[in-house]
Design a protein around this ligand. Structure first.
Ligand code: XMP
Length: 319
């Protein structure tokens, strides 16, 4: 794509001009925006860039490894992988209120990021994958209502606290343009086309209290669900699809024994921007097949339900 390759060159020049010989750090989330920003900046200034990936232990199955491998091995970008799972899960222990959980995660994320930046000896610039819609509307996801529905977790508060100048090479772009730029930069299609994933990760897909055991069960169910969605060719038709592990146990029967295990809810929605959404109309055979696989393959789940709530009145995530 000619336009994107010209844009890529223009942005590389701009980044070089802005940064000079300065040092830049970039917080990676595993999402498309911060990834595209990091690859572009690395192309401009090479190892003057260091990425920090704060792993809160709330990512999906194998997700952190995939992110880290892609950046380190495929793109050769210096990357600090901070395994902060113990810290996050420790502070989340016994917390079941949705807003409390979100606030704990947001606070810890900033603390860990700052501490790592300090260890690196600081930097002159903080890189962010801010998009045009984020620039024109500060609340880009929940939007609209003046009441806080959910406190969103992002790194919005970081720049002021850390006294660094910002490098935001995606500020003029919309999401589809960021994807096109990512392809132009050689980021794999499987990564570019991924569904959005919330900053607080699986914590908000495990309503109520979180334990490592519950997260493990949720990860397995979620991986099976997404595998079935991909295999049936529906992934790109869906805005987001994920499993939720309910804090409810129900009675079941397996073989000749009684079971008493958790309920797993499956969610899938279509949407243009995440502000409103319709539940996705799966074929019942698909749902039945997926439920059977989850119950057979995941220990700890003996019942699967499908969420048929649209947004509004529901939100996409359960917390
Ligand atoms: P809700 O649940 O509010 O979600 O309908 C709308 C979209 O926002 C995502 N989401 C988040 N993204 N940090 C994020 O970066 C967050 O704290 C957060 N909470 C929800 C959600 O996955 C959906 O795409």
């Amino acid at each position: 794509n000619w336009t994107m390759s010209a844009y890529r060159q223009k942005m590389i020049e701009k980044i070089r001009e802005q940064v000079g010989t300065g040092r830049v750090i970039c917080g990676l989330s595993g999402g498309v925006d911060s990834s595209v920003a990091a690859v572009l900046i690395h192309e401009a200034i090479g190892d003057q860039l260091t990425c920090i990936y704060v792993d809160h232990g709330l990512m999906r199955l194998n997700e952190s490894e995939q992110v880290v491998t892609m950046f380190r091995d495929q793109f050769n970008i210096p990357l600090v992988h901070v395994d902060a799972a113990k810290l996050f899960l420790g502070e989340l222990e016994g917390q079941s209120d949705p807003e409390t959980k979100r606030k704990i995660i947001g606070r810890l994320f900033i603390e860990v990021f700052e501490a790592e930046a300090k260890k690196l000896g600081g930097a002159d610039f903080l890189a962010q994958g801010t998009l045009y819609p984020d620039v024109i509307e500060s609340v880009s996801f929940t939007g609209g209502p003046s009441v806080t529905i959910k406190s969103h977790h992002n790194v919005g508060g970081l720049p002021e606290r850390m006294n660094m100048k910002l490098v935001e090479p995606l500020r003029e772009l919309f999401k589809d343009e960021v994807r096109a730029l990512g392809r132009e930069l050689g980021i794999p299609e499987s990564f570019i086309g991924r569904h959005p994933f919330p900053g607080p990760g699986l914590a908000i897909r495990c309503p109520g209290g979180i334990t490592p055991e519950k997260l493990d069960i949720l990860r397995q169910a979620d991986a099976i669900y997404l595998d079935e969605i991909r295999k049936s060719g529906q992934y790109d038709k869906i805005w987001q699809a994920f499993a939720v592990l309910l804090p409810v146990q129900t009675v079941g029967v397996m073989g000749d024994g009684r079971t008493y295990e958790f309920v797993c809810a499956l969610r899938a929605v279509t949407s243009v921007d995440g502000m409103t959404a319709d539940f996705y109309q799966f074929d019942m055979n698909f749902l039945g097949r997926t439920a059977t696989r989850i119950i057979n393959e995941v220990r700890g789940i003996n019942r699967v339900v499908y969420d048929v709530t649209s947004k509004p009145p529901g939100t996409i995530e359960w917390e």
